[in-house]
Write a protein that binds this ligand. Structure first.
Ligand SMILES: [Zn+2]
Length: 209
């Protein structure tokens, strides 16, 4: 079974990571986030969907993809969305040494600096955290995990089951994870318009982190 929602114990064990936003009690805001781009065609599709619903979102970009798709980076920014660091090479915190991880994190930061982008925060690839992230990156910028993982990259999930789980998992202050990647696109292209439509019909606004 795919776990879409983070078990409530986990944020208590890792309080320095951000799992959801603390909004005003009555506010209805959620935070759509898109990892692993920018990707030609797919990021454009996401931007078009967001614009249609007047939604803002956060893109946790891979440094190498930003270098390869500079126009898309500028477009994401110009349309009022936030961009965060997702490392230069999609670094795996459980396999990289501390030094190599730091190098990869800083290389992505440098790319963002060249674009004049202020990072919205860091999202560790695969959601994998090491002591460097937990003790050092959290001192530099927020490290955003999530409250709801769509699993859009998982070909074993049906779009209907993802949509069902999302409607249960969308709460005020929630941070939702999607991917503007080729792997996720077969599901993303179905679930994203439906979920944006759902949020709009529930008067939930979609904000950037
Ligand atoms: Zn990723």
């Amino acid at each position: 079974m795919f776990i879409h929602q983070i078990p409530s114990l986990i944020p208590k064990v890792f309080p320095k990571l951000t799992w959801k936003m603390d909004n005003e009690i009555n506010s209805k805001e959620v935070y759509f986030t898109f990892d692993d781009g920018p990707t030609p065609e797919i990021t454009n599709f996401v931007l078009e969907c967001l614009a249609k619903y007047d939604a803002k979102a956060t893109f946790f970009c891979i440094g190498n993809n930003m270098v390869a798709n500079a126009e898309l980076v500028r477009k994401i920014s110009a349309e009022g969305h936030a961009i965060g660091n997702h490392t230069m090479n999609h670094a795996n915190a459980w396999k990289y040494t501390r030094e190599n991880y730091e190098t990869d994190y800083l290389a992505c930061k440098e790319v963002m600096d060249r674009f004049n982008i202020t990072s919205a925060g860091f999202r560790p690839p695969y959601g994998r955290v090491n002591t460097y992230i937990y003790n050092h990156i959290t001192e530099i910028e927020p490290v955003y995990m999530w409250s709801y993982l769509s699993g859009d990259y998982n070909a074993d999930l049906t779009t209907q089951s993802i949509i069902r789980s999302a409607k249960i998992g969308i709460h005020p202050g929630g941070i939702l994870v999607f991917h503007d990647s080729i792997k996720a696109f077969p599901r993303l292209k179905v679930i994203l318009p439906e979920l944006l439509d759902y949020c709009q019909s529930e008067n939930i606004s979609m904000k950037a982190l």
